[in-house]
Write a protein that binds this ligand. Structure first.
Ligand SMILES: Nc1ncnc2c1ncn2[C@@H]1O[C@H](COP(=O)(O)OP(=O)(O)O)[C@@H](O)[C@H]1O
Length: 196
């Protein structure tokens, strides 16, 4: 099963992706996590991405496409994967379609977590507070100002993917404002419908 989780920052993609990993035994491919790992390891990609990420802007399509193309060829992706935070631009959406087609694969579904903007900043600030309280590192982009920029980037560059996948008959929407467990149940219902 190959699926995309789509939605603005703070929509709960990471949480739901983790649950899907446990239930379905397929990996979560989070470009955000991969980029943060590259920044931490101070690789060439990490050095190029750091300032862009800290400002809440998008890393270049070229960089993220290359990261994902390399990742999906690893053995653990053979049964499928969850794309979390990728694609984020129409160019990335075309790239992933090409990447899969070259390998004789296709996407099963794109699940959009539909959320209310106003709730998002609160969720992000809560995530930062909780990380701080637990003595974990707080993401540099998890603050109100950078969040505004992340949301603007989302509406400008990522939200057009909703129409793109709708037109390709791949889009399914779930209510991301429901309780976490309820969102999980909605996602499972979508997956059951598309895989049977
Ligand atoms: N597919 C992508 N294309 C471009 N930049 C990306 C992509 N995925 C992640 N990034 C960069 O990493 C940052 C954090 O990503 P992520 O952890 O997915 O954030 P969020 O919690 O905002 O959804 C983004 O703001 C962006 O700078």
């Amino acid at each position: 099963m190959k699926l995309i989780l789509l939605g603005p920052p703070g929509a709960g993609k990471g949480t739901q992706a983790q649950r899907l990993v446990e239930k379905h035994g397929i990996p979560q491919l989070s470009t955000g996590d991969m980029l943060r790992a590259a920044v931490k390891a101070e690789t060439e990609v990490g050095k190029r991405a750091k300032a862009v990420m800290d400002a809440g802007e998008l890393v270049s399509d070229e960089i993220v496409n290359a990261i994902v193309a390399e990742r999906i060829d690893q053995d653990d992706c053979a049964k499928g994967f969850i794309l979390d935070g990728y694609p984020r631009t129409l160019a990335q959406a075309d790239a992933v379609a090409d990447m899969l087609a070259e390998r004789g694969l296709h996407l099963d579904v794109v699940i959009e977590l539909v959320v209310d903007d106003k709730a998002l900043v609160g969720r992000i600030l809560k995530r930062a507070e909780e990380a701080h309280a637990a003595g974990q590192p707080v993401r540099k982009d998890d603050n109100a100002e950078v969040f505004e920029e992340r949301l603007r980037e989302y509406y400008k560059k990522t939200a057009p993917l909703i129409g793109y996948y709708y037109a390709n008959d791949l889009l399914k929407q779930v209510d991301g404002m429901a309780d976490m467990d309820d969102v999980t149940a909605q996602i499972e219902a979508v997956l059951a419908a598309v895989t049977h």
